[in-house]
Design a protein around this ligand. Structure first.
Ligand code: MN
Ligand code: MN
Length: 404
């Protein structure tokens, strides 16, 4: 028992040294969302940027670790709007603008792709929009340009895959070189969907190669849901960290495909293992890598703010657990070829209940110990549901739930 208690004290000491908890930037999904088959409405869902920022601020107020909001250029900026106005609006809510997401997948021209499309008009439109997004990013002081492409083909023989690759490389080089100093482009990958035969940036290796061809300010973005079943995501993360090529995450969880469920709803141990390789990297190198932690989830059924609070809570807890691995002792076990002991250091940390230390950390920051409970008791959702329903009616908005 004494040994266990000593262990416990050491763990607490390790955790206390790492007061910073991870989710520093969220991609808001506070608006109405749905599946491929329909959109499901919530009276409290945000429809305007102002409402999205208010919701993001509510999550930050309760969790203390989500100070920035990722934005979609097409959805969140009106063409006639001064980007500085958006900055001021965010500031008035106590949050700031995080990653800028160009949208090169929604318009009709992109039916056959954006940078990879066989149609030069589509390619030019995609590039112009991305360069415009960089200007928006510059104006709002964002340091991240986050790129996800829907490019791919549905049929073997539909297009020349290598021609597409070359156009993609040229576009990313142009984008990279157009960025102001201090801005990074993060290149996201995904194995399939919306394309079902081939995707132009299908995995981390392709993102890595594109980033390398682009220049030093291009990095890989790991969306935890964008892997085929069975992929060892933490291996990819460790590999990219060692190469200095990990730019950031889009957090979510999945059971089957790109499900966009809340982080760790299906497999908390998998998320713990990702935080573990990051903590290991810090231990091995003595350096804290610059990683953009973002949330990319679709809260179709759960109330959106509650889903986001659950996500942040889980991220904080799993991050804390990953700090508890006794890395010195584990290294000794590894060198002694004692695989059982080496694994146990990991499992032991995962099994430790860190809720009391996370609660202490929250208290020390003046945050509610139970953010979900505090949110429910605040009456925020009931209030904004009334206000937003009235505002939608005043704007004469008709809600149509079908994508078909
Ligand atoms: Mn994503
Ligand atoms: Mn996705």
């Amino acid at each position: 028992m004494a040994i266990l208690r000593r262990h416990e004290r050491r763990r607490k000491a390790r955790w206390k040294g790492k007061k910073k908890v991870p989710v520093s930037s969220i991609r808001h999904r506070f608006a109405d969302t749905g599946t491929r088959f329909g959109k499901f409405y919530q009276p409290a869902a945000a429809s305007t940027l102002e409402e999205k920022l208010a919701d993001a601020a509510e999550v930050h107020r309760l969790t203390g670790t989500c100070p920035s909001v990722a934005v979609h250029v097409l959805w969140d900026f009106r063409p006639d709007q001064d980007p500085k106005e958006v900055v001021r609006l965010a500031e008035s809510f106590g949050v700031r603008i995080g990653a800028i997401n160009p949208n090169v997948f929604q318009d009709q021209e992109y039916k056959l792709g954006s940078f990879c499309s066989p149609d030069p008009v589509a390619r030019k439109k995609a590039l112009d929009h991305t360069l415009y997004s960089i200007e928006i990013g510059r104006a709002v002081g964002s340091t991240l340009l986050s790129m996800w492409l829907a490019d791919g083909t549905n049929y073997p023989g539909q297009d020349n895959i290598v021609r597409r690759k070359h156009d993609l490389e040229a576009a990313f080089k142009t984008i990279h070189d157009a960025m102001p100093p201090g801005m990074k482009v993060l290149i996201e990958y995904k194995p399939f969907e919306p394309a079902f035969y081939h995707t132009d940036i299908a995995d981390w290796g392709m993102s890595y190669v594109l980033a390398k061809h682009s220049g030093p300010n291009a990095k890989v973005l790991v969306d935890t849901g964008h892997h085929l079943p069975g992929t060892n995501v933490e291996h990819i993360v460790a590999f990219l960290l060692d190469e200095g090529m990990l730019g950031g995450f889009h957090f979510n969880d999945k059971k089957y495909a790109d499900d966009d469920l809340e982080l760790a709803t299906i497999d908390p141990y998998a998320v713990f293992r990702i935080f573990n390789v990051i903590a290991q990297h810090e231990f091995d190198t003595g350096r804290k890598p610059e990683i953009a932690y973002m949330v990319d989830q679709s809260h179709n059924l759960k109330p959106k703010i509650e889903a986001m609070i659950q996500t942040v809570d889980m991220a904080q807890i799993l991050y804390a657990k990953a700090q508890l691995v006794d890395r010195k002792a584990q290294a000794v076990a590894q060198q002694a070829c004692d695989i059982v002991a080496a694994e146990r250091y990991l499992v032991d940390a995962f099994q430790t209940d860190v809720r009391p230390v996370v609660a202490e950390w929250r208290k020390s920051k003046g945050l509610p110990v139970d953010p979900l409970k505090a949110h429910r008791e605040s009456g925020y959702v009931e209030r904004v549901a009334k206000e937003r329903t009235a505002a939608r009616e005043a704007r004469g908005e008709v809600q149509s739930s079908s994508f078909a």
